[in-house]
Design a protein around this ligand. Structure first.
Ligand SMILES: *Cc1c(COP(=O)(O)O)cnc(C)c1O
Ligand code: SF4
Length: 343
């Protein structure tokens, strides 16, 4: 049974004073929920930090509830249209485990429940009527908390209205609840594989999460020809050192999961103690870039506060221009000049 109370948690690990007091003033809205699979790994500090609530969540001085201004861009119920050519649909608020760093705390675990048939229909029609939308992110919450029947309905509704829209399955479930990925689930996915392709978007934050079971769950998608991409959140005390992330990315790549993004923590209330200074993030990015192949290297990205959108963070190598020559620094710190063509 998943862990939902301090009492059950206390049977597995000795809680610190701060972990015990996480709910003290009723401000903390993200429930405690840890799947069996994750509960069995709580002796690993990087896992514990991500799933065991802590009173530090109530001391955030910078965070806000909706730093990406998603509510402002909600054009239909649960449908966020922030970027011109892609939309995010909040399938459900539920997850198999609640990550303490969750950036959608205003919504996740609020008992809103799965989208209704009408909400799904309206979102699909919206995409149908907005031809500029090429991709639909199915997110939440975690879409795979839905029953097989509801998933079938969700996928077939989008396929009926927007057959040329690429559907991204954004899920942490392959990592936290691999047993969800049954043959009957995959047969529903296979049945809906018409028109535009599906993409699997995973969230692995630490090498320990790449268990045999998790890899098997991802393989179920790969075997159907569905490419897998990973989004990692940079987290203090979890993965904020280059060697851990290099190992993670190499192992992802080995398992045919392309490292896609490394996210700087969003300014979401309750997550300050898990955020990493940008300067440190840039140092980590630099070391990763020297040791990983281009294929293994994710893009270090910050989603700017007040709905500023995603921008990529990396060392700047273009440092100036003289006449028609651009001046670059090499990764080793030398200078090189590159002229624009004469005409
Ligand atoms: C991040 C995000 C996307 C997807 O952006 P990509 O850079 O294409 O991965 C789409 N919609 C919203 C609201 C997002 O936050
Ligand atoms: S799985 Fe995703 S949506 Fe759910 S709590 Fe974790 S980060 Fe938030």
């Amino acid at each position: 049974m998943p862990v939902t109370s301090e009492k059950e948690l206390e049977k597995l690990i000795d809680l610190t004073e701060s972990e015990r007091r996480w709910k003290e003033d009723g401000k903390n809205t993200l429930p405690l929920l840890i799947s069996d699979h994750m509960a069995s790994m709580l002796s690993i500090p990087a896992i514990r930090k991500q799933f065991v609530p802590d009173a530090l969540e109530n001391t955030d001085t910078d965070g806000t509830m909706d730093p990406l201004l998603e509510e402002k861009h909600e054009n239909e119920s649960r449908l966020i249209h922030r970027y011109h050519n892609r939309v995010a649909f909040l399938v459900t608020d539920r997850c198999f485990s609640y990550c303490r760093h969750c950036f959608r705390r205003r919504f996740t675990g609020t008992l809103t429940g799965p989208a209704t048939g009408e909400e799904i229909e309206k979102a699909a029609v919206y995409v149908e009527n907005h031809r500029e939308v090429k991709e639909i992110l199915l997110t939440g919450g975690d879409m795979f908390t839905l029953s097989d029947e509801r998933l079938d309905h969700l996928l077939s509704t989008f396929k009926a209205h927007a057959p040329s829209g690429i559907l991204r399955f954004c899920t942490r479930a392959v990592a936290v609840c691999p047993e969800r990925f049954t043959d009957s689930l995959f047969s529903i996915i296979r049945k809906n594989q018409t028109g535009a392709p599906f993409y699997l978007m995973t969230q692995f934050n630490h090498p320990a999460e790449l268990t045999e079971d998790a890899v098997r769950a991802v393989n179920g998608f790969l075997d159907l020809g569905i490419p897998a991409m990973n989004q990692t959140v940079l987290l203090r005390g979890v993965n904020d050192d280059a060697d851990t992330l290099i190992e993670l990315c190499n192992r992802l790549l080995y398992n045919r999961i392309k490292p896609y993004y490394l996210f700087q923590g969003d300014l979401v209330r309750g997550t300050q103690h898990l955020r990493v200074p940008v300067e440190k993030g840039l140092e980590i990015e630099k070391k990763m870039r020297t040791e990983l192949s281009g294929l293994g290297m994710p893009q270090y990205t910050i989603d700017l506060p007040d709905g500023g959108g995603k921008v990529i963070l990396t060392e700047n190598h273009l440092i100036g221009k003289e006449g028609r020559e651009y001046i670059f620094t090499t990764p080793e710190g030398d200078t090189r000049r590159y002229p624009d063509p004469l005409n």
